[in-house]
Write a protein that binds this ligand. Structure first.
Ligand SMILES: NC(=O)c1ccc[n+]([C@@H]2O[C@H](COP(=O)([O-])OP(=O)(O)OC[C@H]3O[C@@H](n4cnc5c(N)ncnc54)[C@H](O)[C@@H]3O)[C@@H](O)[C@H]2O)c1
Length: 295
């Protein structure tokens, strides 16, 4: 086998691709940024928390020094602000020359999100602004960038929704649930609208995860166990498990997949009654230490 063939075979699953990952400073976005970089992508780690995004980039550079030449970059963005999302995409085109993958992953779960009667309009609005409008803005400017590429090269959009887009929660979070259902519907329509432009749009639908977003909300053992009772696999998911699924959707291995919802949820959306036996499976380790453990 020739050297060039060996080098070719060593190529990563995202080699030569340029990706933006929003919410790249923590949880799913953090693991995905590192995994996408490991697979050869140039990654713009975008987050409202610039320090967190920079730590992700530091981690990529530390882990994969070759990527220093590949200009992995941290970028501060509030996805709820259209002008900032537009500038994020412009920055990526200027620095990296193109955009291939837009992973609209940033999202919040507001601590005062409640049922229809108790949720303040401001909580509803801020949730929709980030979780839904932010995803729309990301899609809008990604599609514009994809259209500028020669030969209708297109691109890939992955939007993070949630299992609550399919299931109602008796522990209410009305704005969050509505926002995630809307992300799923919007993504399907975008997929259909832009399929002939070689643009694939899919949603990643995580189950309950061991990330700050959910763990800050479920801040007692009782609250955690209330959720776990519904998860057939019997444990919270790990961000790396979402990152692996996002990597698949982003890669050419998913070239015939668009308009779908990839549920990575420990079986929660398939369950009626779950077993009361103790959980025996061992969670996979996140490949890289979460930010909190690094400090
Ligand atoms: N954790 C779960 O159990 C779970 C389950 C289903 C879906 N999700 C979804 O997965 C996505 C990622 O969640 P996570 O668990 O990794 O959360 P996380 O809180 O660990 O990370 C979210 C990141 O988004 C950033 N962010 C928040 N608001 C932003 C904004 N306006 N602009 C830019 N960045 C912003 C935060 O700074 C943070 O770094 C979210 O969309 C979330 O709704 C999470």
């Amino acid at each position: 086998m020739s050297i060039s063939q060996v080098v070719k075979d060593l190529k990563g699953r995202l080699d030569g691709k340029v990706a933006i990952i929003t919410g790249g400073g923590s949880g799913i976005g953090y693991e995905s940024s590192i995994l996408f970089a490991r697979e050869g992508a140039d990654v713009v780690v975008a987050d409202i928390n610039l320090k967190a995004a920079e730590l992700t980039v530091d981690r990529i550079k530390e882990k994969f020094p070759l990527h220093v030449r590949k200009h992995t970059a941290a970028y501060k963005v509030d996805v709820a602000k259209e002008e900032e999302v537009k500038k994020l995409v412009e920055f990526t085109l200027k620095e990296f020359g193109k955009l291939d993958i837009m992973f609209n992953n940033a999202g919040i779960m507001h601590p005062h999100d409640d049922n229809a009667l108790n949720t303040d309009e401001k909580v509803w609005d801020v949730t929709m602004d980030i979780n839904l409008k932010g995803v729309w803005f990301g899609c809008k400017y990604a599609i514009e960038a994809f259209r500028r590429k020669p030969n209708k090269a297109g691109g890939v959009i992955i939007n993070t929704a949630s299992f609550v887009g399919f299931l109602g929660s008796a522990t209410p979070q009305i704005a969050y649930t509505a926002s995630k259902g809307a992300v799923i519907s919007m993504s399907r329509e975008l997929a259909v609208n832009h399929a002939r432009e070689n643009i694939r749009v899919n949603t990643l639908c995580p189950g309950p995860l061991r990330t700050p977003l959910l763990m800050d909300y479920l801040n007692t053992e009782e609250k955690k166990n209330r959720r776990l009772a519904h998860v057939p696999i019997g444990r919270f998911g790990e961000p790396i498990e979402q990152a692996q699924a996002a990597l698949f959707l982003a890669s050419d291995e998913a070239s015939y997949i668009t308009g779908t919802e990839l549920k990575v949820d420990g079986g929660i959306t398939a369950a009626y009654v779950t077993s009361d036996e103790a959980c025996v499976n061992i969670p996979p380790k996140n490949y890289y230490k979460p930010q909190a453990e690094k400090k």
